[in-house]
Design a binder for this molecule. Structure first.
Ligand code: C2E
Ligand code: MG
Ligand code: MG
Ligand code: MG
Length: 281
């Protein structure tokens, strides 16, 4: 009787496993087709300087425009791209596409705006990545000054020695580096001071807690003080309310990003909204 229960459990277990492997294979094939058919798109979310209220940067966020189901968010497919190694190809595409859009904006009154591209730690770890950045910048001589890479905190730390070497080389080209989702990883303070980065992006979960408890507020305040002590710029992500913005302003946070100002927009909408020509005369 006992064996039978165990047997049933095992069966259930393997069924679930098989389904998930099959699902992954299907998704992998769909993603390969998506690459072939060029179904990926970049949406852009503005970053605003809190003091001046000005648009200072646009973060490129990838979506898969699946003809069957519509826009698929990156959380649903980035992990599979990473597992299959397809992330290198898609990441390269995103980097080139964002730079291309950036250069088009540069020719307009959006010229002061920077562009931020999310980079998978697997890309950063790839031995050709530094060269690839060099090529993007080489082709587009104006690109370096405006380009910023966002790399998730937890994953920089996984391979910190190699990360430092690559980030240094990239930064030497004039490209900015931001630690994304700061606070969710396990950076040791000694590494943080040695990492060649320019910006910390405070994870949305901390911004949420900031208006919920004193402790939450103290945490954000401490992160901002720490960042400034290390001469880093601070960006708050996921700002949704005026109250959060008010507190961030008091705490001297440098930039904000979130639904309060704008959701990520398709590039055409971003351009229509922010490329509006200034009043003449
Ligand atoms: P992230 O870089 O931390 O981006 C912020 C995420 O929060 C985005 O989700 C954005 O749409 C969302 N967000 C922004 N403001 C708000 C807000 O006020 N409230 C709420 N609830 N959410 C907000 P998204 O676009 O689904 O992207 C998720 C993650 O996928 C990104 O997190 C980034 O880690 C990754 N990702 C996006 N594009 C790329 C890419 O091209 N390459 C790689 N490797 N990863 C990417
Ligand atoms: Mg990001
Ligand atoms: Mg983030
Ligand atoms: Mg985040």
């Amino acid at each position: 009787r006992k064996a039978k229960v165990t047997g049933d459990r095992y069966l259930l277990y393997t069924k679930a496993m098989t389904a998930s492997v099959a699902d992954k294979l299907t998704l992998e094939n769909q993603l390969r087709r998506a690459i072939e058919n060029e179904e990926f798109v970049l949406h852009y979310q503005p970053k605003i300087n809190i003091e001046s209220g000005k648009l200072v940067s646009a973060e490129a966020l990838i979506r898969w425009n699946d003809p069957l189901t519509g826009l698929v968010p990156p959380g649903c497919f980035i992990p599979v791209l990473e597992e299959t190694g397809l992330i290198h190809e898609v990441g390269r595409w995103a980097l080139h596409k964002a730079t291309e859009d950036y250069l088009r904006w540069r020719a307009t009154n959006l010229s002061a705006v920077r562009i931020a591209v999310n980079v998978s730690p697997l890309q950063l770890r790839h031995r050709d990545f530094v060269n690839e950045i060099g090529q993007v910048i080489g082709i587009n001589t104006h690109a370096a000054a405006g380009l910023e890479l966002e790399i998730t905190e937890s994953l920089i730390m996984e391979d910190v020695m190699h990360s430092i070497v690559s980030l240094k080389a990239i930064r030497a080209m004039g490209v900015g580096i931001a630690i994304d989702d700061f606070g969710t990883g396990f950076s040791s303070l000694s590494y943080l001071s040695r990492l060649p980065v320019d910006t910390l992006k405070i994870d949305r979960s901390f911004v949420l807690d900031m208006t919920v408890s004193q402790e939450g507020l103290a945490l954000v305040s401490t992160i901002i003080t720490l960042a400034h002590a290390l001469k880093l710029k601070v960006v708050a992500e996921g700002v949704e309310t005026e109250e959060q913005l008010r507190l961030l302003r008091i705490l001297n946070c440098n930039e904000m990003q979130g639904f309060l100002f704008s959701k990520p927009l398709p590039s055409e909408s971003f351009e229509t909204r922010f490329l509006a020509s200034p009043p003449a005369g």
